[in-house]
Design a protein around this ligand. Sequence first.
Ligand code: NDP
Length: 317
Amino acid sequence: MSSQAPRHAHCLIIGSGPSGYTAAIYAARAELKPLMITGLEHGGQLMFTTDVENYPGYPKGRTGPEMMEDFRLQAERFGTEIHYKHVVEVDFSVSPKKIKTDDGSEYTADAVIISTGASAKWLNLPSEQKFRLSGGGVSACAVCDGYFYRGMDVAVVGAGDSAAEEATYLANLCKTVHLLVRRDEMRASAIMQKRVLNTANIKVHWNTETLEVLGDDVVSGIRVINNQTQETSEIPVEGFFLAIGHNPNTQVFKGQVETDDVGYIITHGKTTHTNVPGVFAAGDVQDTEYRQAVTAAGTGCMAALDAERWLKSNELM
Ligand code: NDP
């Protein structure tokens, strides 16, 4: 533990994806002197994305890392202080709130904005991760990347509502969508399943698991196994989409702030207020529905405005 006095911030932002940086830009311009603790993966999920073509204001597209660099520069331009550390412990039961980081530093804050995001689940096959990191045809977001596979054959892994939604979304763009379901039934709601089964160019492969993503520089197919017959086969595809769920990054806030069963932070009504006064949540950490960079940025703006109003009404600024 650090022997130094804790560093105090009016407004402390945890996480550095689109929501965190947008909160920082608004908070800095409102003279809240925000201090951001980036987390281990600074820049968030977009750092693992190649081209972002659906963020307004970038008519020619931008790579995810370039975009996050722009966000960072804009936040710093207005005086955001950025600490490249990872939060390991918080205590929101006291005032000011307490935050500790991985290097033993201690912080206190009047208002805290949580924007730690959610991480897509992966199969963690070496071949999947290779193409994911190179941008060669593996994605966990059909809405973000489906457009690149217009007229092509793709595969989607999963059997929940996300997989059903992503498969039907891709079916509008792609020639054939191979939906790989590991059991002999889907978990998705009845109406979503019906939509999948009634879409002519979605081919459901039951009891099927992926063994390997094939290809040299880009994805050219997948090798799969039927886990009932143990028969293996290859399916030619150019895109491989994962839709097996997300993990909200909220482990460190467990017991400190109200979450749903999965761990997503619950915000009140149309605001970013959590159940703890002065603690706000923005971006994917509180969003099970939209999960887009632009929606995350929107809620980041809301969190900064909510924090500013809360600080003023509590005479903390
Ligand atoms: P879920 O946890 O509901 O489903 C995950 C799916 O992925 C399951 O079918 C699971 O299979 C499968 N899966 C998990 N791991 C693997 C693996 N290693 N290999 C193959 N398949 C795997 O996650 P979702 O993201 O689909 O949904 C999360 C929540 O969001 C749900 O409550 C859902 O209802 C909701 N949602 C609602 C939507 C809507 O209403 N429009 C849209 C999207 C999500 P198995 O079934 O065998 O466990």
